[in-house]
Design a protein around this ligand. Structure first.
Ligand SMILES: [Zn+2]
Length: 138
């Protein structure tokens, strides 16, 4: 299995704290500064409290696979074809109600991905960024 290597958009200030945290080996997600509702994916307007700002919070590095699939065909330019196939998943982070993180599953060995599988953060260095991937937590 490959591992995606598509650089994130660092020129977007609103999501940069997520990628900066990944570089430090942790997960940070934004929440409404007034009521604490998670705001993933972050954007400029906070629906619950428009006067609020995004409060970036460090969250658990463990979670549960909500769903998964194997990506076998890249939709990106030919230079990125070497990344496929790879395992991608939606992970529910422990203690974070609502948002699910799109991520890659790595270090699977002989294990097959499964809905409900417990996973932990396994950051992977890629071309100029760290991908916050997950691996089995057993
Ligand atoms: Zn709010």
């Amino acid at each position: 299995m490959g591992i995606p290597d598509y650089p994130p958009r660092y020129d977007d200030d609103i999501v940069r704290p997520f990628w900066d945290a990944a570089m430090c080996g942790e997960l940070r997600l934004p929440a409404c500064s007034v009521c604490g509702a998670w705001q993933w994916y972050p954007h400029g307007a906070i629906a619950c409290h428009p006067e609020a700002h995004l409060d970036w919070r460090t969250v658990a590095s463990t979670g549960t696979v909500f769903t998964h699939t194997t990506v076998r065909r890249s939709l990106l330019p030919d230079g990125k074809q070497e990344a496929v196939p790879f395992l991608t998943a939606l992970v529910e982070i422990d203690g974070v109600e609502g948002p699910r993180l799109v991520t890659a599953l790595v270090n699977m060995g002989d294990r097959k991905p499964a809905i409900g599988m417990r996973v932990r953060l396994a950051p992977v260095q890629r071309s100029g960024f760290v991908l916050p991937a997950f691996e089995p937590d057993d």
